[in-house]
Design a protein around this ligand. Structure first.
Ligand SMILES: [Zn+2]
Length: 243
């Protein structure tokens, strides 16, 4: 065992027990069982009954709600920097067993992390290289950030996850409006073929709002035409800009 890491002996535990019971007698201890102190026998039974049990998310939520307001012995206390370092050293290189990992995964499911925690995790994971196996395992639906395979990209286009698509990007996404046209045409779109949104709304991917151009120059010609139309209308005072 590394220096400075101690295993609790039976004697140690008994001492803690004695100290706690004295505190209890003096009325300084808050016992987290509502109103009643459980006997040793009762506690043993509960512990035996709970052995190996994995609680549902619901029960855990209930328990956490029931405990709101109770002060646990670690509450408000923090490990010393020294202790944190010791713990880090003693756990370095150790891996959880599959069983433990499954349990942890159930415990953490549905947990909402604070922005701060997320930042900490992302900082810790920076530069970490994942194996190909890991990447495959946590892809798509298995990814914690899975949003149903539909996202909106920087330009406002809706992207759909289709890693098997020949023109999907590095993350396996394709622009939805292209998929709509492809479904309509019954073939994949060529890279030069452009789809224009008639109402200017990039997230309106109804077939009736999409117009097909066979190449980028046709598409730009259309935009120039549109612009000239607007300019002409302004000149003729058919439309006026509201300022
Ligand atoms: Zn356009």
């Amino acid at each position: 065992m590394p220096k400075g890491v101690y295993k609790k002996t039976k004697e140690h535990c008994e001492n803690i027990g004695k100290a706690l019971s004295e505190k209890y007698k003096r009325g300084e201890l808050i016992i987290p069982t509502k109103g009643r102190h459980r006997t040793k026998e009762e506690k043993r039974k509960i512990s035996l009954g709970n052995k190996g049990k994995i609680m549902s998310l619901e029960s855990r939520k209930k328990m956490s709600l029931a405990k709101v307001g109770y002060v646990t012995w670690m509450e408000g206390k923090k490990h010393k920097k020294e202790s944190i370092e010791k713990m880090r050293i003693s756990s370095t290189g150790k891996k959880h067993t599959q069983e433990t990992r499954d349990k942890l995964s159930i415990i953490h499911k549905g947990k909402i992390l604070s922005k701060e925690t997320k930042q900490k995790i992302s900082k810790a994971n920076k530069g970490l290289k994942r194996s190909e196996e890991h990447k495959l395992k946590y892809r798509g639906e298995n990814k914690h950030s899975w949003k149903g395979g539909r996202i909106i990209d920087k330009s406002g286009y809706i992207m759909v996850q289709k890693p098997e698509h020949p023109f999907s990007n590095k993350s396996g996404y394709v622009r939805e409006h292209r998929l709509v046209i492809e479904k309509h045409l019954g073939r994949y779109l060529e890279l030069g073929e452009v789809i224009h949104h008639l109402d200017g709304n990039e997230s309106n991917n109804n077939l009736s709002n999409l117009h097909f151009f066979s190449n980028p120059s046709e598409h730009s010609k259309y935009h120039i035409l549109l612009r000239n139309c607007v300019l002409e209308c302004l000149k003729e005072r058919i439309v006026q800009l509201k300022v």
